[in-house]
Design a protein around this ligand. Structure first.
Ligand code: NAD
Length: 485
C-alpha cells in the first residue's frame, strides 16, 4: 500500500477506530490499493463529539477576527501543497491532474471567503427606547457535522469546514469512504495553520457512522452532500432528532440549445460540461434539449467530444460498479431506439487495464420517458432530446424531479430571460455549461437536489451555521421612564 491506513483525526491526533474494521481505498486510475480506511462505530463518534464539545467554549469565545487568522494561514498552506493535494486527489478519485488542481484552487477561493466572514457577520444594534438597546448577533451552534460525497475530495469539504469553523462551531467531519485520504491531509494542514485541537474531528466510515451522527444528542446541525436517495434519509433522520439539516442531493441538469446559439462555443461548452470530472459532477450537463434544427451544433458536439480521450484529458469513474452502471444506461437507451453518436463503452487505457474508464458518449433522439433522459447517470454521457418549441423544452426540464442547474445557449437575450424565469433549477447559466456561482454567491439547487432551507456556501451559509442571539439591555440609571423598563 502506498499510504498508511487512514485513521480518524480526533483532538488533533490521528487515532485508531475501536471497530478494527477497514475498507480498501482503490485507485480508479489503475485499480491499485492505495490504503485502507477505518470504519468507525458509535464509540469513536462519542469520543470525537466529546473532544469537540470540550473545545467549543474556548473556540466560540475566541473573537472571529482571531479565528479567521487560521484560515489566512490555511490558504497559504493549500497554495504551498497544491501539487501534492492534486496528485493525491487524482490517485484516489480518478479525475485528471488539472481537474484536481482546479479543485484545490476552488478550495483556496472558498477559504478566502471564510476570511471575509468578520465583515459579513457584524451584528446590529439600535437604541429602541431611551437608554435601552437591542443587539442582534450571529452566534455559533455548537458541535456540528458535515458528511460529504466522493466526487470532490478537496472542494466539497471546503464548502463547509472553513465557514462553519470560522463562525465558531466545532465540527465532526465524515469523508466519503471511497476518497478518505485528501480529507485526512486537509485536517493536518489546518492543524499546521494553528487550528486548536478538537475544533475539527474526522470520523471515517460508512452508513453506520452517518446514522449515528444523525442521532447523536450533542450534534446540533448536519450538512450533507451526496445522492438524493441518501440526502432524503439523512434529512429525515437528522430532523427527526430535532437537528438543523441541509442536505444537497443529486442532479439531472438540462441544457436548452436554440438554433441561434454560436455553434463552436456551444459545442465546446456542452462537451466540457458533460465530460468534466468524467461526468461525476452535480453540475454536469446530463441532458440536452435541442429546439428546432440544431443538427450542425450536435455534429460539432460530437467533434468536440471525440477530442476527449480517456487517460489523457478524461479521468476514470470512481469504481467498477459505476462503470457498469453507466454502460448499462447507454445499452438500454440503444435498445429503446436512441441513436449512439459517440460510444464510450469499453474504453481502455493502455497500461491501466484495471482502471475504470468510460469514454465520452453522445446519445441522440432520446425520448423524455427513457431512463437516460430522467435519471442521474453520473458519467460522461449526454442524452439529447429534440423539441419544436422552447416551451416544450421547458416542460421537459420542469418535469424532472431534480433542480440543481440548467443552462440555455442562445444569442437572443429575451429568450434567455424567458428560460431563466421558467427553468425549475437553483443555478441557471446563459451560454455557460457549468453555472457554478462563485463566492460570495451561494451554491444550492432546488426540488429533489436540496432538502432544507438556504444554500451551503457563500453568505447563505451564515444562516445555517449560526443562530441569532437578541439581547435587550437597559443602560439608563433612572427607573420607570419608559414602557420597556
Ligand atoms: P452517496 O450519497 O452515495 O454518499 C454520500 C455520503 O453518504 C458518503 O459520505 C457516504 O458514506 C454516505 N452514505 C452512503 N450510503 C449511505 C446510507 N445508506 N446511509 C447513510 N449514509 C450513507 O453519494 P456519492 O456517490 O458519494 O456522491 C455522488 C452523489 O453526490 C451524486 O448524486 C451527486 O450528484 C451528488 N453530489 C451533489 C452535490 C450538490 O451540491 N448537490 C455535490 C456533489 C455531489
Amino acid at each position: 500500500m502506498k499510504y498508511d491506513i487512514e485513521k480518524n483525526f480526533v483532538n488533533g491526533k490521528k487515532v485508531d477506530s475501536s471497530s478494527q474494521k477497514f475498507l480498501d481505498v482503490i485507485s480508479p486510475v489503475d485499480g491499485t490499493c492505495l490504503s485502507k480506511v477505518c470504519l468507525s462505530n458509535t464509540k469513536d463518534l462519542d469520543e470525537a463529539v466529546q473532544a469537540a464539545s470540550k473545545t467549543f467554549l474556548s473556540w466560540s469565545k475566541t473573537p472571529i477576527k482571531e479565528r479567521v487568522q487560521v484560515f489566512y494561514k490555511y490558504k497559504t498552506l493549500l497554495e504551498r501543497d497544491i501539487d501534492f493535494l492534486a496528485e493525491l486527489c487524482t490517485e484516489e478519485n480518478g479525475k485528471t491532474l488539472s481537474e484536481s488542481r482546479a479543485e484545490v484552487e476552488k478550495s483556496i477561493e472558498l477559504t478566502e471567503f471564510a476570511c471575509s466572514l468578520p465583515q459579513l457577520v457584524a451584528g446590529e444594534v439600535l437604541e429602541v427606547s431611551r437608554g435601552v438597546e437591542c443587539k442582534v448577533e450571529h452566534v455559533p451552534l455548537g458541535v456540528v457535522a458535515s458528511i460529504v460525497p466522493f466526487n470532490f475530495p478537496n472542494m466539497v469539504p471546503n464548502w463547509t469546514i472553513p465557514n462553519a469553523i470560522a463562525l465558531g462551531n466545532c465540527m465532526i467531519f465524515k469523508p466519503s469512504e471511497k476518497v478518505p485520504l485528501s480529507a485526512g491531509r486537509l485536517a493536518l494542514l489546518l492543524k499546521e495553520a494553528g487550528l486548536p485541537d478538537g475544533v475539527l474531528n474526522i470520523v471515517n466510515g460508512d452508513s453506520e457512522i452517518v446514522e449515528a451522527i444523525c442521532k447523536h444528542p450533542k450534534i446540533k446541525a448536519v450538512s450533507f452532500v451526496g445522492s438524493t436517495k441518501i440526502a432524503k434519509i439523512v434529512y429525515q433522520k437528522a430532523t427527526h432528532h430535532y437537528k438543523r439539516c441541509l442536505a444537497l442531493g443529486g442532479a439531472k441538469n438540462h441544457l436548452i440549445v436554440l438554433p441561434d446559439a454560436i455553434p463552436s462555443m456551444t459545442a465546446q461548452n456542452v462537451a466540457a460540461s458533460m465530460s468534466g470530472c468524467s461526468g461525476q459532477r452535480c453540475m454536469a450537463a446530463s441532458a440536452m434539449v435541442g429546439v428546432g434544427n440544431v443538427d450542425n451544433i450536435i455534429n460539432k458536439i460530437v467533434e468536440e467530444a471525440k477530442k476527449i480521450i480517456p487517460g489523457k484529458n478524461l479521468g476514470a469513474v470512481i469504481n467498477k460498479a459505476s462503470k457498469e452502471r453507466i454502460e448499462k444506461y447507454i445499452t438500454e437507451a440503444e435498445e429503446q431506439g436512441a441513436k449512439i453518436l459517440l460510444d464510450g463503452r469499453k474504453a481502455k487505457v493502455e497500461g491501466k487495464e484495471n482502471g475504470t474508464y468510460v469514454g465520452p458518449t453522445v446519445i441522440d433522439h432520446v425520448k423524455p420517458e427513457m431512463a437516460v433522459a430522467r435519471e442521474e447517470i453520473f458519467g460522461p454521457v449526454i442524452s439529447i432530446m429534440r423539441t419544436n418549441t422552447v416551451d416544450e423544452a421547458l416542460e421537459i426540464e420542469n418535469a424532472n424531479p431534480y433542480g440543481n442547474a440548467a443552462s440555455v445557449f442562445t444569442q437572443n437575450g429575451g429568450m434567455a430571460r424567458h428560460i431563466i424565469e421558467r427553468a425549475s433549477a437553483g443555478m441557471i447559466g446563459v451560454n455557460v455549461g457549468v453555472p457554478v456561482p462563485r463566492e460570495p454567491f451561494s451554491f444550492g439547487g432546488w426540488n429533489e437536489s436540496k432538502f432544507g432551507v438556504g444554500d451551503i456556501t457563500g453568505k447563505s451559509s451564515i444562516e445555517f451555521w449560526t443562530q441569532l442571539k437578541k439581547s435587550t439591555v437597559k443602560w439608563n440609571a433612572e427607573a420607570g421612564v419608559n414602557w420597556m423598563s
